[in-house]
Design a protein around this ligand. Structure first.
Ligand SMILES: Cc1cc2nc3c(=O)[nH]c(=O)nc-3n(C[C@H](O)[C@H](O)[C@H](O)COP(=O)(O)OP(=O)(O)OC[C@H]3O[C@@H](n4cnc5c(N)ncnc54)[C@H](O)[C@@H]3O)c2cc1C
Length: 567
């Protein structure tokens, strides 16, 4: 058994920021299934929002306006107290990251540069060219290492231990030796990222399986608003690699096969910079109605950057250009980029409050695996990097306060019993003769893509639910091809598949029950938002048979009464 006062799971921006805030006071361990700088945060391109007013066009911006844009963007499902806190903190944490060495792009006067992003009233997205996540993550990683955070890289967490309403730690595997180790902690913090890979077409890294979300659910911690899944308008055809919203922020056009900037027919005022849910639906409508382009890899729309000119593309979007050249042989200086929408972000997640605390004593979560909720039904671009650092910081503060008040005693017996059940599961998964896990993963991705996508209907959601339940049943008979424990990624994937299926179940059931359209959840059979019946969070809690039991919870409204969401 290993012992830490505080255990952080996740080496992305959220986990690292929490660890940096805690390690001066307590013995902190940070576990990550990949080297921290390979976390998905590294892939973030476009930027991080803060009302700094550096852009000449954003002189009148303020954290209050950022708050309002975020609430409106969330289609009024975001908790307004938490959004206020995030937007106020934004200014502090961007300067903090600057002072810790993050190389932001600059305006000629030396101030941090800001570009326009979707759904924002002012240009308030701070960036490092199109490598913002890379710059932020390396800055925080260096700080965590310099401060002596004990890091366990390539350690995979297989289970979370919650008993009698309190969290006692985790069961983790050192993937190099194969050993499974109980890790005892007074407080455990999850910054384990999103579940993008539950979908076949996703901009997310292969590691984004949502296993932290599934693990918390299995341990009895409720999930919130899982049916709200963000589809990014612009992913590169065939690969689904993200073409950052920064492309449109810098002035890129979306063009259909008639040569039209079709966004004028949907959101004439905001055009390409409408929020993501609206732009994705518009692109999908163009494709569905025959105004897309044909390609062996699928139907697409063009993202045209050519008019920005070579100099601007090389300066602001160098990574995008390289990706296009390397993956499909297209240079965006000379040709439009073929794009299609694909899954991008998990609005829902582990139910926590504005202190990042869950209902289980000693268990906290932040970043994309959590649902505070600051994004509600639709996240604005640039608000997720913001959420990771703000709630990593605030979680550290909350944990310090809570440990000051109460010295929690982890229950070692509960941890050892959990380890036994993990070992039993591994024994079962390594028996020969069962179905191979990848067939289930593939079918899961397909059904989520086809039936729980941008446009949803009752009959398709019901079919998807049936399929997910069938796959859960087939999962009971899954086995991997090698019983070796160390560096066995097939076995790791098989363990994670169970958590993916739980995430998919909660997403699909929540979507089937929510008979309205709000933000990214669009029901063709209930096309209007219905505040009277549905201005509430969906809570999914594991039931006695392992299936989710759904209940609802009020949205926190402070100053902004729900209005029709017009752009
Ligand atoms: C391509 C792309 C571009 C993006 N661009 C932007 C942008 O410009 N602006 C913006 O605001 N947002 C952007 N986002 C969203 C944003 O980057 C993410 O939401 C955010 O970085 C998530 O950070 P995180 O700390 O929550 O998790 P992640 O960075 O995903 O890290 C998760 C960590 O958890 C660990 N982990 C997970 N499961 C386990 C396990 N079972 N055992 C051990 N460790 C585990 C992983 O090893 C990893 O270290 C983008 C997302 C993508 C996919």
């Amino acid at each position: 058994m290993l012992y830490h006062d505080i255990l952080v799971v996740g080496g992305g921006l959220t986990g690292l920021r929490a660890a940096v805030g805690l390690c001066d006071h307590y013995n902190v361990g940070l576990v990550s299934k990949v080297y921290p700088v390979r976390s998905h945060s590294i892939a973030a391109q476009g930027g991080i929002n803060a009302a700094l007013t550096n852009n000449p066009e954003s002189k009148d911006d303020s954290w209050e306006k950022h708050t309002f844009d975020t609430i409106k963007g969330s289609d009024y499902l975001g908790d307004q107290n938490a959004i206020e806190i995030m937007c106020k903190e934004a200014i502090k944490i961007v300067y903090e990251m600057e002072h810790w060495g993050c190389p932001f792009s600059r305006f000629p006067d030396g101030t941090i540069a800001q570009r326009p992003f979707g759904g924002a009233g002012y240009p308030r997205t701070c960036y490092s060219a199109d490598l913002t996540g890379h710059s932020l993550l390396n800055t925080l990683y260096e700080r965590a290492v310099a401060k002596g955070v004990k890091i366990y890289p390539e350690w995979f967490v297989a289970a979370l231990c919650v008993e009698d309403g309190q969290c006692h730690g985790i069961i983790a595997q050192d993937t190099h030796t194969g050993a499974y180790v109980p890790v005892s902690a007074k407080c455990t913090f999850f910054g384990t990222g999103g579940y993008g890979r539950v979908y076949q077409h996703s901009t997310n890294a292969l590691i984004n399986t949502g296993s932290g979300i599934g693990m918390a659910y299995k341990a009895g911690v409720p999930l919130k608003d899982m049916e709200f899944v963000q589809f990014h308008p612009t992913s590169l055809i065939g690969t689904n690699i993200l073409m950052t919203e920064g492309c449109r922020g810098e002035g890129g056009y979306l063009i259909n096969n008639k040569g039209e900037r079709f966004m004028k027919n949907y959101v004439p005022h905001f055009m390409e910079l409408a929020p993501r849910d609206i732009v994705s639906r518009s692109i999908q409508t163009e494709i569905n109605e025959g105004r897309g382009f044909e390609h062996p890899l699928g139907k697409y729309i063009q993202l045209d950057l050519r008019h920005l000119g070579k100099e601007k593309i090389l300066d602001r979007l160098p990574g995008i250009r390289h990706i296009c050249i390397d993956f499909i042989g297209i240079d965006p200086i000379l040709e439009p980029i073929p794009i299609m929408p694909s899954q991008h972000y998990s609005m829902g997640g582990i139910d926590v409050n504005e202190r990042a605390a869950s209902e289980a004593k000693g268990f906290y979560a932040g970043g994309e695996c959590s649902c505070v909720s600051v994004h509600g039904a639709n996240r604005l671009g640039g608000n997720s990097l913001l959420e990771t650092i703000v709630f990593g910081k605030l979680a550290a503060k909350a944990i310090l306060e809570d440990l000051e008040k109460q010295d929690l005693k982890p229950n070692e017996k509960a941890l050892l019993a959990l380890k036994d059940s993990v070992m039993k599961k591994i024994h079962r998964l390594t028996q020969p003769g069962g179905e191979r896990p990848y067939t289930i993963t593939t079918e899961l991705g397909e059904v989520m893509n086809d039936k729980v996508g941008i446009f949803r209907t009752k009959s398709e959601l019901a079919e998807a639910l049936e399929k997910v339940i069938e796959l859960k049943d087939r999962y009971k008979n899954v086995s991997v091809s090698s019983a070796v424990l160390h560096m066995n990624y097939e076995l790791q994937s098989a363990i994670e598949l169970e958590f993916m299926l739980d995430c998919a179940h909660a997403i699909t059931l929540g979507a089937l029950l929510r008979e309205e359209s709000r933000g990214a959840h669009y029901r063709l059979d209930f096309a209007k938002r219905d505040d009277e019946s549905w201005l509430k969070h969906t809570i999914a809690r594991i039931g006695p048979d392992g299936d989710p039991v759904i209940s609802y919870k009020d949205v926190v409204i402070t100053r902004y009464q729900p209005m029709e969401r017009k752009y």
